[in-house]
Write a protein that binds this ligand. Structure first.
Ligand code: ADP
Ligand code: MG
Length: 184
């Protein structure tokens, strides 16, 4: 079974955001047929919310890097189950959320199916995704734009505020420490 390098973005803007992100990171370490190889720092980011449906609370965001032999479709199903386990409400899915997972990259695969688009179609517009991605793997290639994530961040128009937090992701549950960047 082939292995792929995968980046999963997580974000929380309801409930105890740090606790929920710590639990999310711990649960990523329990994914079947998968191995977490990096966890970004946590970032606090203002909601990008022109319609005001996300609410005023800033998000905690981060990115997990893993190797997996799961299919992208199977991974998405497990991530959606995990969102529900962490209190995500289906009836108000687009509102404030205890946990949101997005598959950002699945190796260099380009997937366009109903319910699953990879690379994530908005990743290149989002500072709260690109900052943690660059922390983990600045030279990672976007398979559609053929540019590294570092280049995408450098040409980003998104001026929303994203602040790196001085916290140890997942530390509470014995997970890996934050990635210290490519030279660490
Ligand atoms: P968002 O993350 O855009 O705020 P949701 O988490 O409610 O919103 O996701 C909406 C839908 O996006 C999900 O039902 C899922 O099927 C779909 N989707 C498409 N591509 C992806 C992806 N790469 N990662 C996660 N969800 C995706
Ligand atoms: Mg999502």
């Amino acid at each position: 079974m082939s292995q792929e390098i995968v980046f999963i973005a997580f974000g929380s803007n309801a409930g105890d955001r740090q606790e929920l992100c710590d639990r999310a990171v711990a649960l990523m370490n329990l994914l079947p047929r998968s191995r977490v190889t990096g966890v970004s720092s946590y970032y606090e980011s203002e909601p990008i919310d022109p319609q005001g449906i996300l609410g005023p609370t800033w998000f905690y965001n981060g990115v997990v890097k893993l190797e997996t032999s799961l299919s992208a479709q199977r991974l998405l199903v497990i991530l959606q189950e995990t969102e529900r386990a962490l209190g995500r409400e289906e009836e108000n899915r687009r509102g404030p959320r205890t946990m949101d997972f997005d598959i950002i990259f699945f190796g260099q695969q380009v997937i366009e199916q109903s319910g699953l688009t990879v690379p994530h179609p908005r990743l290149h517009q989002r500072r709260f995704v690109l900052e943690p991605l660059v922390e983990l793997d600045p030279s990672w290639n976007h398979p559609v734009f053929h540019r590294s994530v570092k280049e995408l961040l450098e040409s980003l128009a998104d001026t929303s505020r994203v602040n790196k937090l001085n916290l140890l992701p997942g530390a509470k549950y014995g997970s890996r420490q934050a990635c210290m960047g490519p030279s660490a």
